[in-house]
Design a protein around this ligand. Structure first.
Ligand SMILES: [Zn+2]
Length: 264
């Protein structure tokens, strides 16, 4: 097995080398490689423009309006994406259709590396959403597991819900025009925030979810204390990744040991 971590403008506080070291330690003989943006290897003027257009057309304008399969982006949007691909901006806040973005990332991965031997994990600060048919709107996602898998560092902050009281108080603060940093201070520690020192530790668990997706087809676990728990709340995320007192449940510890023994 070979795990490749790509840094597609992931949050600056993310220590990717530390995540690579962690994977080496957990996966025994597997090779772990860290790469920069997946677009860098195939950069010609034409391909930059092509990818910029594709990425721009995966952009979501309205969360309750499904984007058409073909949408022609504006010139400015394409220019913005060009700057992002070239690393000239790290801006975030734009929403992208996660499944389309994953497909675009998949196109830049060399064909010979698209086998089951490889686990590709794109770490990005782009915000991903996926369409939910049941309530007809897009929802934020922290990660999407597929070939390649995508883990969003901003998604880890924005997708799992914060405590309910936080949202109630936030409305009050906004109504009164009060400074939100004061509110965040009073909830300190109860959710992962921007520039959070715990981010790298949390992403280790999400990288392992991508690894388990590749090993077993299932990235998740029902055990709330296991790093493979699919957290919908920040409290659940923090418990599973940082506070439960163990990393993996017994079943996943066993599966991991088995995988270490059988590494090609
Ligand atoms: Zn588990």
């Amino acid at each position: 097995m070979k795990v490749i971590l790509y840094n597609e403008s992931a949050a600056e506080e993310l220590n990717i080398e530390e995540i690579a070291r962690y994977l080496r330690q957990k996966l025994g003989k597997a090779k772990i490689e860290v790469r920069g943006s997946p677009f860098v290897s195939s950069l010609t003027q034409d391909s930059i423009l092509d990818f910029a257009r594709k990425i721009a057309s995966a952009k979501i304008q309205e969360v309750n309006q499904k984007i058409p399969s073909e949408q022609e982006p504006l010139h400015g949007e394409i220019e913005y994406e060009k700057r992002r691909i070239l690393g000239k901006t790290r801006a975030f806040g734009v929403l992208y259709d996660g499944f389309r973005l994953r497909r675009i990332f998949g196109e830049v991965i060399p064909g010979e590396e698209l086998s089951l031997e490889f686990v590709h994990i794109i770490l990005t600060n782009r915000l991903l959403v996926t369409w939910d048919n049941s309530n007809q709107r897009y929802h934020l996602r922290a990660s999407i597991y597929s070939i390649p898998s995508v883990v969003s560092t901003t998604g880890l902050i924005e997708a799992p819900a914060k405590p309910r009281e936080y949202y109630l108080l936030k409305q009050q603060y906004e109504r009164l025009g009060k400074d939100l940093s004061e509110l965040k201070e009073s909830f300190r520690g109860s959710f992962i925030d921007y520039e959070d020192k715990r981010l790298s530790e949390v992403v280790k668990g999400y990288a392992m979810q991508a690894v388990f997706y590749s090993l077993t087809g299932d990235p998740f676990c029902e055990d709330k204390g296991c790093r493979l728990y699919n957290a919908h709340w920040q409290e659940e995320l923090i418990f599973a990744q940082l506070e439960s007192g163990y990393e993996f449940c017994q079943r996943h510890t066993r599966l991991l040991r088995k995988a270490q023994a059988s590494h090609r």
